[in-house]
Design a protein around this ligand. Structure first.
Ligand SMILES: [Fe+2]
Length: 169
């Protein structure tokens, strides 16, 4: 990972995707070790900002059953996540296929997403899921999308937000 002094020398710049993944893995290990309290709220998706240094924000998120986001991007931010416990389902837009592809992110899985990555994340399992997410530069906006008949991705709205994987409920 880039040191703080190195970042200061080169000026503000986002972390690369491998660094982001590694960061979420490291913080996920801290969560497993009990260093960060986690709350699961069945009525409203719970999340907490663990760290923020102007270059990268790290969030801890819990997902009760059926809690999820919407189909969205992360504007100009790169992102990564590691599943601490439970499992998440990701539906991601595959532009070359003109459809959504689904993958299961089980305990310990980590993925990174570059600019233009459009996805939805949710917990479809009975057991709560917990994940660590990092965004660099920190999240400032998200756009939301619908898949139209014929395999077209239509942007439905954009919002300024710093909240990760913003929930619809
Ligand atoms: Fe996301």
């Amino acid at each position: 990972m880039i040191t703080r002094s190195a970042r200061a020398a080169i000026g503000p710049s986002p972390l690369a995707l491998p660094e982001l993944r590694q960061l979420t893995r490291r913080i996920a290990a801290e969560v497993r070790a009990g260093l960060h309290d986690v709350t699961v709220d069945p009525d409203r998706r719970w999340y907490r900002l663990l760290s923020s240094d102007g270059y990268v924000d790290v969030w801890l998120i819990s997902w009760a059953r059926e809690q999820g986001a919407e189909l969205h991007d992360h504007a100009g931010s790169l992102g990564a996540l590691t599943v601490v416990r439970g499992a998440l389902t990701e539906h991601r837009w595959a532009p070359n296929k003109g459809t959504l592809r689904t993958r299961a992110l089980r305990t310990g899985a980590s993925v990174a997403f570059g600019r233009g990555h459009v996805h939805d994340v949710m917990n479809t399992a009975e057991a709560p899921a917990v994940s660590v997410h990092a965004y660099s530069p920190p999240l400032t906006a998200m756009s939301y999308y619908q898949v139209e008949p014929g395999g077209l991705l239509r942007r439905t709205r954009s919002e300024l937000t710093t909240e990760p994987e913003k929930a619809t409920a």
